[in-house]
Design a protein. Structure first.
Length: 142
């Protein structure tokens, strides 16, 4: 029974884990993604995906590690992993300790729209590198 529960819990992730973003770099998808993002995501992740709120991550940073990889096959696999994480996170939302940080969007957005949002975010200028974390800033105040 426990194994079945775990399988059902992670099945959505496993199903989407094999598919890289089919809309990557497509101008029409980027345009659709901008519209969907502005209507549904900008409130927390910032207008044009450039000024996220304190609670929401800067989505432009998702590919940062992958972009550093020199091996093209490894980079493609890394992007596929991030694509899978993105699809899973958008579909299931973000809930920690019973607090909803991001609602699930699976019944609101189609897979095509989610991939378009991912393509739009990837088209945005990269985020400035973080020189200090919020912990560093907090400790500097003391």
């Amino acid at each position: 029974m426990h194994r079945l529960f775990l399988l059902l819990l992670f099945l959505p992730f496993a199903v989407c884990a094999t598919e890289p973003n089919p809309s990557r770099g497509d101008p029409a998808a980027i345009d659709l993604g901008r519209q969907v993002f502005q209507a549904n995501c900008a409130r927390c992740h910032g207008a044009e995906a450039t000024q996220p709120s304190a609670e929401a991550p800067d989505l432009r940073r998702l590919n940062a590690f992958c972009q550093q990889l020199k091996d093209s096959a490894l980079q493609a696999r890394c992007l596929q992993d991030v694509d899978s994480y993105f699809m899973m996170a958008v579909n299931t939302g973000k809930i920690r300790a019973g607090i909803v940080y991001m609602p699930p969007w699976r019944d609101v957005l189609t897979a095509q729209e989610i991939w378009a949002v991912r393509s739009f975010v990837e088209s945005r200028p990269p985020a400035a590198p973080r020189l200090k974390t919020s912990v560093d800033i907090d400790h500097a105040a003391y």
